[in-house]
Structures are given as structure tokens and as C-alpha cells.
Design a protein around this ligand. Sequence first.
Ligand SMILES: *[C@@H]1O[C@H](CO)[C@@H](O)[C@H](O)[C@H]1NC(C)=O
Ligand SMILES: *[C@@H]1O[C@H](CO)[C@@H](O)[C@H](O)[C@H]1NC(C)=O
Ligand SMILES: *[C@@H]1O[C@H](CO)[C@@H](O)[C@H](O)[C@H]1NC(C)=O
Length: 317
Amino acid sequence: MKSFLLILVFIVVPSAPTPVQQDTQGKRRQEQNVDSAHYFDIVPEDSGVCIRVTSEEGLYRFVSDGSASICGLYIIADPEHVLEIEVETLDISCSGGGLLAIIDGWELNGQFFPGEDHPKPLSDRFVEICGHSTSWKPFRTELNVALIQFLVPTLGEGFSVSVRFLQNFQPCNAVIQWPKGIYTLRNNGRAINCSVAFITKPERFRLLAAEVGGTGMGRPSVNLETGVIYKCKERGFTDYVEVKGGGGIDPDNMLEAVNVCGTFSVPSKTPIDVLCNSSVIRLVSSGRYKNSVTVSFEMLTEENLTTGKFSLVCEIV
Ligand SMILES: *[C@@H]1O[C@H](CO)[C@@H](O)[C@H](O)[C@H]1NC(C)=O
Ligand SMILES: *[C@@H]1O[C@H](CO)[C@@H](O)[C@H](O)[C@H]1NC(C)=O
Ligand SMILES: *[C@@H]1O[C@H](CO)[C@@H](O)[C@H](O)[C@H]1NC(C)=O
């Protein structure tokens, strides 16, 4: 069987997935009937790459036209959901060099989201299958995105998978595709780091409110407004929020625009502009505090671009 990681090396997404219109409150209509079938109509490009992005539940089918193209179905739900992907039919002969891989998270240009902040090591975040058995147990993601990657070189072979969105009551890592909105990250008292990625650019963030690193400076019962505290990492605080940006989607490979902590309910006046392909708000939590941070985000236009105090430029835009 071919190595899944070898396949990934060749996947090149021409541009970030196009944002799909959705209401910014994150409200979603009731779970859809999985019977509504979506057919793949993937036409491989000259480069042999075929990519689709979807934010719909349903049954996805693919039948090979005989070309040896590596295809990717990028699935994204709202941040409050995880995905359940089930193989309904499988007809991919292993000897013919075919393979179907399901990945918890996204892979783009050789980088993974989330990076180190995913609770599982990379080797446990995917399954790769071929053959004719359908007795695979449903694949459940830890966050709101998944990637189904496949190579089916034999004409007429293919597969079908059902995709369902399940409620996630304590979301941590997520990808957000809305062009504008407000989002709150929480650790719910847990010792975890959460990265929320934005795939539109350039992006303007504003810190609206936070309670990060404990209130009352060691006296947990006292709710003191500290205002925005900058450079918390450098000052040795264990809990903080990072705003990062990079060319790819792996937060571990991104540059930091700013890191903050403290307790504040007055929105910061200083915008944080990230002129990078992807940006991330990352909440680092030691588990000693119940942290939360609320940010507004907005995709900038060319006219809006200014390089202010907290701007991060990854490339010439
Ligand atoms: C969270 O991130 C910090 C700093 O990057 C790291 O020291 C810590 O080990 C991470 N915690 C977890 C649970 O991964
Ligand atoms: C940003 O994305 C574009 C289009 O996908 C890509 O060509 C470029 O290499 C990326 N920039 C960096 C710094 O990776
Ligand atoms: C960006 O510019 C547009 C028009 O040029 C304006 O409507 C919008 O409010 C601006 N946004 C910001 C964040 O300045």
C-alpha cells in the first residue's frame, strides 16, 4: 500500500478555499437529512490536482474517470461541530494503486492544521484504506474540519462516504471561514492550547474582552480589570493569547504579531492586522485558570491596509 504521507507531498492547493457565505453568529440549520446526495464532479486540472471545499453534510460519491489524480475534499463545519465520516461503499483495488485517506484536520501545501495543538499525534489523525470492505468504523474528528484525500486510478472504481456534523460543546481548535464576525475562545479550565485559524487575508483583529491568566493577580475571588497586558510570554506568564500569521496553515510555523493576557472588558482600540495567507488566534492555558478571549475579525480590503503598531506582514500583498 502506498504511503499516505507520500501522497500529501504532492497535494498543492492553488488558492485557499473560497469562503462560503454563512451567518456570522454560527447558527446552523438543523442537521440535514444525510440522504441528500452530493455528487463529486471533479475535473482534474492540467497539474493533475482536483480539490473541492464543502460545508454541507451529506453523501459524497466519487467514480474514477481513469486518471491518476490525487483529489481532496476539504470539509468545514461551524466551530461548534465535529465531523463524523463513514465509508458507505468502497471499491478501490489496492493492487491498482488506489487509496482513500481521511484526515482529522486539514493539510494544505504540506502543512497541517492544527499543528501541535491537536490532542493526538499526527500518526493517529488519519486512516488510509483501500479494498472492498465497508466495515470501517465511523471516523470522528476532534475539530470542525476534515480532509478526504484519494487516488483512484482504475476507471469505474470509487467510493462513497457520508458526512455528518455533530455538536461539540467544548470547541478548542477550529477553522473559521466567515469574512467577518466575533469569536470567543475558551479553555473551560483545561490544560490545553487552542488554535483558531482564519483562512481569509489580510485579516484585521481586535481584542474585545478577555480573562486570561487569572483575575485578581493571585487572589482568584477578586475580579480586577488589568487592561490588556502585552508581552505576557516574555514576562513569564503561563497563560496568554497569541495572534499569529503565516504563509501556510500550521500554527507552529507562524510568526507572532502580538501576545497578551489580563482581564479586560473594554475593547482594545489598537487593531492587529495580519497580512498573511493564514492567521491564528491561539489561547495557551496551563490549566490553572478558566480563560476566555473574545476577538472580532474582519477581512481587509486593499484600501484598508495600513501597517500599524501590531501589524504582521508575511509577504508583499
Ligand atoms: C501549550 O503551549 C505551551 C507554549 O507553546 C507549551 O509549553 C505547553 O506544553 C502546551 N500545552 C499543551 C497541553 O500542549
Ligand atoms: C500564500 O498562498 C499562495 C497561494 O496559495 C502561495 O502561492 C504562496 O506560496 C503562499 N505564501 C507563502 C509565504 O507560503
Ligand atoms: C475598509 O474600507 C471600506 C471601503 O473602502 C470601508 O467600508 C470599511 O469600513 C473599511 N474597513 C475598515 C476595517 O477600516
